[in-house]
Design a protein around this ligand. Structure first.
Ligand SMILES: *Cc1c(COP(=O)(O)O)cnc(C)c1O
Length: 221
């Protein structure tokens, strides 16, 4: 792992008032502990089982973010402790999060993941699905979910103008929702940017970046 790169990223983020989620998926608890010793408290994982095992083993002050695609039957395992769920990509999932939040006696923070990339393989909500969720929130006012913002993943391409365009589009939607349907609530997170594209995301207005390999090194699956 690369502590120097970590500090460099932290410094870069200061100018943007953005938060770093250190993406520790597949990495051992020793690596997380090293970063914790540097003062990093927010970590991202994409598998509930792995995140829960790490949560049990490590300092309880760590804020765990679920950043991956989430199966509904896994929500219950993290409901008692998860800090932010980035990948709400269906109404059914949001309803399950509300249900498990109620069982855990908590209000669970989540981000709506929008589909902004070109590739078909990437998860995320269409505008129609977003509208469906907005209607649900308005009609049902679920008490155990807090929609705190948006998340998106840009196309994995060297075409920087395209990536910037995708990020800027999400930023616009974020501003619209923040001024409109979410104006009365704690809607304040725009999660976009990873190791390869976070500078472009910051330029487009991201206030939360999810960086893994640039800090922890390449992953072996
Ligand atoms: C793995 C992952 C990241 C981090 O990717 P890096 O390229 O290693 O920085 C960010 N966001 C999501 C949703 C991921 O799954």
């Amino acid at each position: 792992m690369n502590i120097e790169a970590y500090h460099q990223i932290v410094n870069e983020l200061k100018g943007f008032d953005a938060q770093l989620v250190a993406v520790s998926k597949t990495k051992p608890v020793e690596d997380i502990q090293s970063l914790l010793n540097e003062g990093q408290l927010v970590f991202g994982e994409n598998k509930v089982q792995e995140m829960t095992a790490k949560h049990e083993e490590l300092d309880k002050n760590i804020q765990w973010h679920m950043i991956g695609h989430l199966q509904r039957n896994k929500v219950k395992y993290m409901a008692p402790y998860v800090s932010l769920i980035h990948g709400i990509d269906s109404l059914r999932l949001l309803k399950e999060v509300n249900k498990q939040g109620e069982k855990a006696g908590r209000k669970l923070n989540c981000l709506l993941q929008m589909h902004i990339a070109e590739e078909e393989s990437k998860f995320g909500l269409s505008r129609e699905e977003l509208d469906e969720i907005l209607q649900y929130l308005d009609a049902e006012k679920p008490a155990h979910v807090q929609v705190s913002g948006l998340m998106g993943m840009a196309t994995n391409t060297a075409n920087q103008p395209q990536v910037s365009k995708e990020f800027t589009g999400l930023r616009k939607l974020y501003d619209e929702l923040k001024a409109g349907p979410f104006s009365a609530s704690g809607f304040e997170v725009l999660s976009m940017g990873m190791s390869g594209d976070y500078p472009l995301a910051l330029e487009a207005g991201s206030n939360m970046v999810r960086v893994g390999s640039k800090i922890f090194g390449a992953r072996n699956y």
